[in-house]
Design a protein around this ligand. Structure first.
Ligand code: ARG
Length: 263
């Protein structure tokens, strides 16, 4: 995670951002701190990367790399405004002893790569290129399933689909998603892979309800996504609602703030 120390909205690279919108950075910091403590309380170890002045989106740490089995596939941002973040993440990961593969293809880390035990779900259409899907499969040594995003409001895969269970334990892999955010072909792929998936309402997706982080039991989910929380509860998950609404002004929420290191 990376604290929103330098958070602001000074440019618009997605449909949610309005440059110059008033941002309450203190509120953003408090909300982020609650998210960090929520993970700690759930027993997850959290590492914090220092923010850098002039990189207002750096709080969205998910985008900095994709880490699987002690190996990382570095990010290469679509927009020049965020390019320097990739360097910070790669340096930090290397400092932790993680082998980082420098990407030759445009990709925004775990914004578009969602890691399951047996495969990686990968988004394309707005940020991450299809070539990066191929590169990620090779670098991370895991099959990659490409999914086409079609709605600019859901520009990263992690805004349109949430991994509820990665399938590494006893239960099969499980996801929640918004079908209309995907091309017809990708919808069919998702239906075939996950016939029992949770279908999120558009209302909940529009508060970035799918931008959630699950450990297979507890699902840390934006508090505004009420119906989704109920759907999760009905299938035996424990929704843990948190409010990071200040960050929504930049088009990000819970998962965006969280780079998970997968086994
Ligand atoms: N303002 C950021 C951008 O448009 C938000 C990134 C959100 N991150 C995510 N994983 N969806 O790049």
């Amino acid at each position: 995670m990376c604290a929103p120390t330098h958070f602001e909205v000074t440019y618009a690279i997605n449909a949610w951002m309005r440059p110059g919108v008033a941002v309450d950075r203190r509120r953003a910091l408090v909300q982020w701190e609650v998210l960090r403590q929520t993970y700690s309380a759930l027993g997850h170890r959290v590492h914090v990367l220092d923010g850098v002045p002039g990189l207002p989106d750096m709080v969205f740490a998910a985008n900095g790399a994709t880490v699987v089995g002690g190996r990382a596939y570095g990010a290469r941002f679509r927009h020049p405004e965020r390019a320097a973040e990739a360097v910070e993440h790669a340096a930090w990961l290397r400092g932790q002893g993680v082998a980082v593969a420098d990407p030759t293809q445009t990709n925004e880390g775990e914004g578009d790569f969602l890691v399951l035990g047996s495969m990686i779900l990968a988004g394309t259409g707005f940020r991450t290129s299809l070539h990066a899907h191929v590169e990620a499969a090779r670098v991370l040594d895991r099959p990659v399933v490409s999914l086409q995003l079609v709605d600019p409001r859901f520009y990263h895969l992690d805004t349109a689909l949430a991994v509820l269970d990665d399938g590494n334990g006893d239960a099969p892999a499980d996801i929640a998603y918004l079908p209309s955010a995907f091309s017809e072909h990708s919808r069919r792929t998702l239906r075939e892979l996950f016939p029992d998936a949770v279908e999120c309402t558009e209302e909940d997706a529009l508060v970035l309800g799918l931008n959630a982080v699950s450990d297979g039991r507890h699902v840390v989910v934006p508090v505004q996504a009420r119906t989704l929380a109920r759907q999760l509860e009905e299938r035996g998950y424990v929704p843990v609602p948190v409010d990071v609404s200040e960050l929504l002004k930049a088009g990000g929420s819970v998962k965006c703030c969280t780079q998970e290191h997968h086994s």
